[in-house]
Design a protein around this ligand. Structure first.
Ligand SMILES: C[S@@+](CC[C@H](N)C(=O)[O-])C[C@H]1O[C@@H](n2cnc3c(N)ncnc32)[C@H](O)[C@@H]1O
Length: 396
């Protein structure tokens, strides 16, 4: 008889396959049973974090005949669960996955699946798998560090080898979520599932940290007219409004903009949420561009970002980022500020965008920049932030 876990595993297989094939993020999938989301998330996101390390191990133990894609994906999820299962559950996990393989991959594959999963259950293999040193069975650095080759090479060139290794290993850790208490204006650790008070919002620390860093540099938000042109789901806009800013929020994605409205209503703050087409008029003392990016600063939370966006997307986003920054800069008052942030470590999405912008906008200058890597402190998410100011039109 099929157990509840068989149907959860089938869901996990379906979602994992679709993320990689259709380049969708995990959050865009709804599991069949909503209360099973946590179980599926653990298996799917864990497998995505360790994807190429697990695939190396599968290849190592199937030298004679490399398995087909469907079997690799099945074994990746099964392998991850066996590697991370508590000792008392491990043998059962192996036998349940082997049983499921009969219907998912065909009866003739169950012997092979059994052989593979017994390797994953082996104590020495597990110890090697979770060590920081690359063992012999892993063929390449980038696979061991679980980054796509292009990203590993690019970050190594930009930041150095020790940095990229540390970054990659840190991104394998599970994420930490933060909550900001809007009344007290402070952030603290949030435990998944615990209830939020009316005046609390949760978001990654990178999002909230940049709000605090900019605040310290511009003498706070209180009373200032502010527009956040990439606002969804609203974390920064809400934080700035809670700190006294007179905030307008917009986003190109209408569905995501509705989420801003829901979040704003939940915390009972006054924010002017405007449709994107109507937002680009008027002047603001602070214009914030929290641009769409490769999101490699949030790999702990969104490990799929490693596999669903290639180098071509990095170049494509550069054009989008420049476009938004150019357009948004027109909203900035004389002597006002323009902030550009991305949750990404790539040079092209950060300094290069800003340099390009400044070359074409002599009326702006760079006042400050920040670079926080996800391996910099515990629970961090990586981001780059740039604070620009606009000179007065009378000063030239
Ligand atoms: C990093 S997220 C913003 C996060 C948000 N500021 C917060 O703190 O919660 C980037 C946002 O930019 C939006 N976006 C994408 N392309 C855009 C464009 N060309 N113009 C404006 N917004 C865009 C996306 O819909 C997405 O909501």
């Amino acid at each position: 008889m099929e157990s509840r876990y068989d149907s959860l595993r089938r869901d996990a297989i379906r979602i994992y396959g679709s993320i990689l094939k259709d380049q969708q993020i995990f959050d865009s999938f709804s599991p069949v049973e909503p209360d099973s989301r946590g179980w599926i998330q653990e298996i799917v996101l864990g497998s995505l974090r360790y994807r190429t390390r697990i695939e190396s191990l599968i290849r190592f133990y199937s030298k004679k005949q490399p398995p087909k894609l469907k079997a690799i994906q099945f074994l990746t999820l099964a392998g991850y669960q066996v590697l991370t299962a508590k000792e008392e559950h491990r043998a059962k996990a192996v036998s349940q996955w082997v049983e499921l393989s009969k219907s998912e991959l065909g009866k003739n594959q169950s012997g092979f699946v059994n052989f593979q999963l017994r390797r994953f259950a082996d104590e020495k293999v597990r110890a090697d798998f979770f060590s920081d040193e690359k063992p012999d069975w892993s063929e390449s650095e980038f696979e061991w560090y679980c980054l796509p080759k292009w990203a590993y090479e690019k970050l190594k060139k930009e930041q150095g080898e020790a940095w990229v290794r540390d970054f990659a290993l840190s991104s394998l850790e599970k994420p930490t979520t933060w909550k900001r208490n809007l009344a007290k204006v402070e952030s603290s650790l949030y435990t998944a599932g615990s209830e939020l008070a009316d005046n609390e919002i949760i978001q990654g620390i990178s999002s909230q940290k940049s709000v605090d860093l900019v605040s310290q540099s511009i003498d706070g938000y209180s009373g200032k007219t502010i527009i956040d042109v990439c606002a969804a789901p609203g974390g920064k806009a809400i934080a700035m409004a809670a700190l006294g800013g007179n905030v307008t929020a917009t986003d190109q994605n209408q569905r995501r903009l509705e989420r801003v409205l829901e979040n704003v209503n939940r915390v009972n703050l006054s924010i002017n949420v405007k449709p994107f087409d109507e937002a680009f008029t008027g002047e603001y003392e602070l214009v914030w561009v929290d641009a769409p990016c490769m999101a490699f600063g949030t790999l702990r939370k969104n490990p799929e970002a490693k596999w669903i966006r290639g180098e071509a997307k990095l170049n494509e986003l550069f054009e989008v980022q420049i476009g938004i920054l150019n357009r948004a800069s027109g909203l900035c008052t004389d002597n006002g500020h323009l902030v550009y942030t991305v949750c990404s470590p790539f040079q092209l999405e950060g300094g290069t965008v800003v340099e390009h912008f400044l070359e074409n906008h002599p009326d702006f200058k760079l006042d400050k920049k920040w670079r926080v890597a996800l391996n910099e402190y515990e629970g961090a998410e990586g981001f780059q932030g740039f604070l620009l100011s606009k000179s007065s039109s009378n000063s030239s």
